[in-house]
Design a protein around this ligand. Structure first.
Ligand SMILES: [Zn+2]
Length: 160
C-alpha cells in the first residue's frame, strides 16, 4: 500500500510516538522479548503506570529518563536557566516514583527501575550485562531494585 503521509505528517507522527514509546524503552522491550520474557505495556490500572509489566513475575518495570527524574549520573545536567522550576519538577517526579513503589508493593507488585544512563552514554551497560541484572531481579523476591549506569569514568563532581 502506498504511503499516504507527507514527510511533514510523518515527522509529526513519529514525534508523537516517541513521547510514549521512547528509544530506551524499546531497547528494554527488545531485550526482554528476545530472551523469551512476555510482558504487557502501559498498564494504566497500576500505580505509576509502569512502562512494562511482567505478570508472571509480578514485576513492574519503569524506564526512567535521567533528566526528568533528576538522576545524579553522567547523563544529567541541570539546566542553567529556571533552575528552581526544574529542580522542583524533578523532586515532584521523584516523590511520585517513590509513592508508586509503595503502592505497587501494597498490591503485591515488585518494582524495577532501569535508568536511561544504563542504555546510552558513556556509562551504558553491555546489553548482556543489563539482561543479567534484569533476570537477577525477576528471579529474586526483592520488592524493589534499580539498575544504574556503569560508572567507569568519574563525574566532574567526583574528581573535584
Ligand atoms: Zn542516569
Amino acid at each position: 500500500m502506498a504511503d499516504r503521509l507527507t514527510p511533514d505528517q510523518r515527522r509529526l507522527n513519529m514525534s508523537r510516538v516517541r513521547a510514549k514509546d521512547t528509544a530506551p524503552e524499546w531497547t528494554v522491550r527488545r531485550l526482554l522479548f528476545s530472551r523469551g520474557f512476555r510482558y504487557q505495556l502501559h498498564r494504566k490500572d497500576l500505580p505509576g503506570k509502569p512502562d512494562i509489566v511482567l505478570p508472571r513475575f509480578r514485576a513492574a518495570v519503569f524506564v526512567h529518563g535521567c533528566f526528568w527524574h533528576g538522576h545524579a549520573c553522567t547523563l544529567f545536567r541541570m539546566p542553567a536557566t529556571r533552575t528552581e522550576f526544574w529542580s522542583e519538577k524533578m523532586a515532584a517526579n521523584r516523590q511520585r516514583d517513590a509513592k508508586a513503589i509503595a503502592l505497587l508493593d501494597e498490591l503485591g507488585w515488585r518494582s524495577l527501575w532501569i535508568w536511561e544512563c544504563v542504555l546510552k552514554g558513556r556509562g551504558r551497560l553491555p546489553e548482556s550485562e543489563l539482561a543479567e541484572q534484569v533476570k537477577a531481579f525477576l528471579y529474586s523476591d526483592a520488592a524493589f531494585a534499580e539498575i544504574t549506569e556503569n560508572r567507569i569514568f568519574p563525574t566532574a563532581e567526583e574528581i573535584l
